[in-house]
Unconditional design. Structure first.
Length: 400
């Protein structure tokens, strides 16, 4: 083989080797690109999976969508349950023949008779048409009309009213059963629990206010209405003129009291008659048209050292009160059981039927529980001596 042939052969071999190396290099680059692409795709896939897992939680946290149930609360439920049984009471009184200033007098025969009008609240306690309200709402009314939530307007008849406890019962005639409230137990009411009032303050129908029970035992003398023989629940639920006679409800929608009074100029001081007391009075009014209250005929005050000093200093009384506690008799009504029992002004009642008393309201409660024509035994301090006095309560006169 000549040198030239060998040279040509080597050249061909070298060219083929270069071609092979070039092909191998291209294949290696291609696999490298595919590998990198696969890895990148895998990482991207993992990131997307992470985002899918996290995204729903972020959306739920930042954009909560409350259900219809969550939008409501217990007050809404109570209102829907009770409001159909709450009524507006409109009263009017014919003032014909009543002395009026010239501004209100009728100028001629054709003039209308002047009327005194008022508005209050009440609630149905019996589906046959019995409605509970305050006595002062219907006091001296010649005409009573009752407006229901559905717009019905019915004439009302006052079956009876008791000014002493401020409770009255109205009867309406309806062809169908009326929605009635559920009566609760006011003896179970606790300080701090929810209280909901529904009524017609200032004639604004179906007004709802919410608060709590501020106190459970307030005497009438504590709030400046000592002519009432009743205890009250105190609440910060708004009670305004026109709310009187409406229900005070617990969180279950049960009536626990009858809205009755508020202290003028004070915020958050409302008072309601416990439903147990109101129910007892209502039953007597339904049965008899009136309520008889026991009375012995004394004007009394809870004795304190300050009151003792003030009474001992009254000129011409010549009192010598020694005790710092008990119930002081300030005055005695004529022809009363107290006169018959020979009680005297300045006497201090220390006990009733063996039970010590230090508040006038406690004595009144014991008197009410004792009833009429049942003898009471009083322990009385008079001029440094303790004496026993027996007195028999009579029925409270209408104007006493």
């Amino acid at each position: 083989m000549s040198f030239n042939k060998v040279k040509v052969l080597l050249k061909n071999i070298i060219n083929k080797l270069v071609l092979v190396l070039l092909i191998l290099s291209m294949i290696s680059s291609l696999f490298g690109f595919i590998s990198q692409t696969a890895i990148a795709e895998q990482l991207r896939s993992q990131q997307l999976e992470s985002i899918k897992e996290i995204t729903p939680e972020i959306i739920e946290e930042n954009n909560p969508i409350p259900s219809r149930i969550e939008l409501n609360n217990f007050v809404t439920s109570v209102v829907k349950k009770v409001e159909p049984a709450v009524v507006q009471i409109n009263v009017s009184r014919d003032l014909d023949g009543v002395f009026l200033p010239s501004l209100f007098r009728r100028p001629s025969r054709n003039s209308q008779v002047p009327m005194l009008r008022g508005v209050g609240s009440g609630f149905v306690i019996d589906s046959k048409g019995l409605i509970l309200t305050n006595a002062h709402v219907v006091n001296q009314a010649d005409k009573v009309t009752v407006t229901f939530q559905d717009g019905r307007l019915l004439d009302g008849e006052v079956l009876g009213k008791d000014p002493v406890t401020d409770i009255a019962v109205i009867k309406v005639q309806s062809e169908e059963n009326l929605p009635a409230v559920t009566i609760g137990n006011s003896d179970l009411v606790e300080q701090g629990q929810w209280a909901i009032a529904i009524g017609n303050p200032l004639g604004l129908q179906e007004t709802v206010t919410v608060g709590v029970i501020s106190a459970t035992h307030r005497f009438s003398g504590d709030i400046g209405i000592s002519d009432k023989r009743i205890g009250f629940l105190q609440t910060d639920t708004a009670i305004n003129p026109g709310n009187s006679g409406g229900p005070l409800l617990n969180a279950l929608g049960e009536v626990i009291a009858v809205n009755s009074a508020t202290i003028g100029g004070a915020q958050g001081l409302g008072f309601a008659i416990p439903i147990n007391t109101a129910q007892k009075i209502a039953q007597e009014l339904i049965a008899n048209g009136k309520v008889e209250h026991p009375y012995i005929g004394i004007n009394m005050v809870s004795l304190t050292p300050q009151i003792k000093q003030r009474f001992n200093q009254i000129p011409n009384r010549k009192l010598n009160i020694q005790s710092n506690s008990g119930i002081l008799i300030m005055s005695i009504a004529r022809n009363s059981p107290a006169v018959a029992a020979r009680l005297k002004v300045g006497d201090v009642i220390k006990a009733v039927n063996g039970q010590p008393v230090n508040r006038a309201e406690t004595l009144q409660k014991l008197l009410d529980e004792n009833g009429i024509n049942r003898q009471l035994e009083l322990e009385v301090e008079r001029q440094n001596a303790i004496i026993e006095v027996k007195v028999k309560p009579q029925s409270l006169p209408a104007q006493a």
